[in-house]
Design a protein around this ligand. Structure first.
Ligand SMILES: [Zn+2]
Ligand SMILES: [Zn+2]
Length: 131
């Protein structure tokens, strides 16, 4: 997702519920209210870009850096099994721990390093002042 928070530049965004009929209508054409997970700012942005149609993304938080799950980690339901048999990929979103099956390839491979970086960035400043 190329959309980022206008206040802090964070890409950690969640869809926000539409508050008015106008917003709901806009949602249909891909302009959706979002909330920044870092600073809490709510804003409207165009969330449909081409990558939406080309790459898989988490249905819950819309992230596109995805991990994979295996049958040992997660027991898929009948519908998911069917999708896998039809060629779906086992994608896992580590951010909301959501496992799903998507037919599109992933845009980015999830890395725990980046996750850790983000977690560190959110921690209060460290005393040494080093990064
Ligand atoms: Zn923000
Ligand atoms: Zn997610």
């Amino acid at each position: 997702m190329t959309v980022c928070c206008p206040d802090c530049g964070s890409r950690y965004l969640r869809p926000s519920r539409s508050r008015s009929l106008t917003e709901r209508l806009r949602d249909f054409i891909g302009i959706s209210p979002l909330r920044c997970g870092d600073c809490g700012r709510r804003f409207i942005a165009r969330t449909w870009d081409l990558s939406l149609f080309v790459y898989s993304r988490c249905p819950k938080c819309l992230r596109q850096d995805l991990n994979v799950w295996t049958d040992e980690q997660y027991w898929p339901g009948a519908m998911m099994k069917l999708k896998i048999r039809l060629g779906g990929h086992r994608w896992r979103c580590e951010y909301c721990r959501h496992n799903f099956v998507g037919f599109r390839p992933r845009l980015e491979v999830f890395s725990f390093n980046r996750w850790r970086e983000r977690a560190q960035a959110q921690e209060p400043k460290n005393k040494n002042g080093s990064k």
